[in-house]
Design a protein around this ligand. Sequence first.
Ligand code: PHB
Length: 366
Amino acid sequence: MSKDRETSADIDLFSPITLGGLALPNRVIMAPLTRNRAAMPGNIPQAMNARYYAQRAGAGLIISEATQVAAQGIGYPATPGIHSREQVQGWRAVTDAVHEKGGHIFVQLWYCGRISHPDLLPDHQQPVSASAITPAGEAVTMEGMKPFVEPRALATDELPGIVDLYRQAAACARDAGFDGVEIHAANGYLLDQFLRDGSNRRDDNYGGSLENRSRLLLEVLDAVLESWEPGRVGVRISPENSFNDMHDSDPQTTFNYVAKALSGRGLGYLHVLEGDMMSGKTGIDYQPIRAAFDGYYMANNAYDKARAQAAITGGAADMVAFGKPFLANPDLVERLKQDAELNKPNEATFYGGDETGYTDYPTLGK
Ligand code: PHB
């Protein structure tokens, strides 16, 4: 193990931790949360987005909502991008607002691939993926839900172009004032479509073996590392998540391999959605994945305070990311510290809309 994990008897959820030279005040991380509230047209972060994130600056670290690296990477209406000048300016206002409150924020870099629809894409393009396998389910379009269409399998010689989009977005993330980046390789989006064998039937150097299925992720990582020091880079995976019609025939072996392949570079953290996002069910062991990776391990998926404390004090995780609790509780860290009651998240206002259910969740005593 090349890196000290800073785990000892007196470390808990509220202990500081140093990530890529950043002094994080605690280990309560805000998970990436899609909220579909970027300004349209242009998918540009706007003033209410800055207010929302600044309200949550008490997190040890904020990970932004998934943010497309290019117009062709989009998969839902009104999700923000990080490829245009206007988006970089919009994000700059967000990062400034978070920094003014003493917070830290990484951007999550996203390319949706087959979880999209021609209605959302430039020139009505067909969505792309590792293989031409149509996911079960429906895309979210401006006209409501529409069945997913068959994606076009990316040609081998198109993959350097995909990597370039991440390279450019990672550079834009610096211009936008982020503290680091998280590569989204989870939840059935493009990089995950390459990693898991249920969606990857390729017979070139990007399919078949674990080495081949991990290749695009590792190439993306190298491109991101051209503009970021490794300690400021995290990667998110979701070995067992069936969301977006995903499956792998052997998630334990696949993701033990991926975790090991991501090591040796001094990366900041591996962010792991443990089990299934919907059912919470898990059938694999996450500790070998954790042990195979040489940076911090960030655990996620429906943790409450008790489970999070146990994970940190028992040494199973270095940080824990909270999604819905952070959505509904801007002062989540304070509430957890005090064992205060939590606001309940209102599902009706998760995706899209205005400040209602976004910036109006009360803090303690309000
Ligand atoms: C969603 O929009 O539902 C969504 C986006 C990104 C994720 C997971 C879910 O990683």
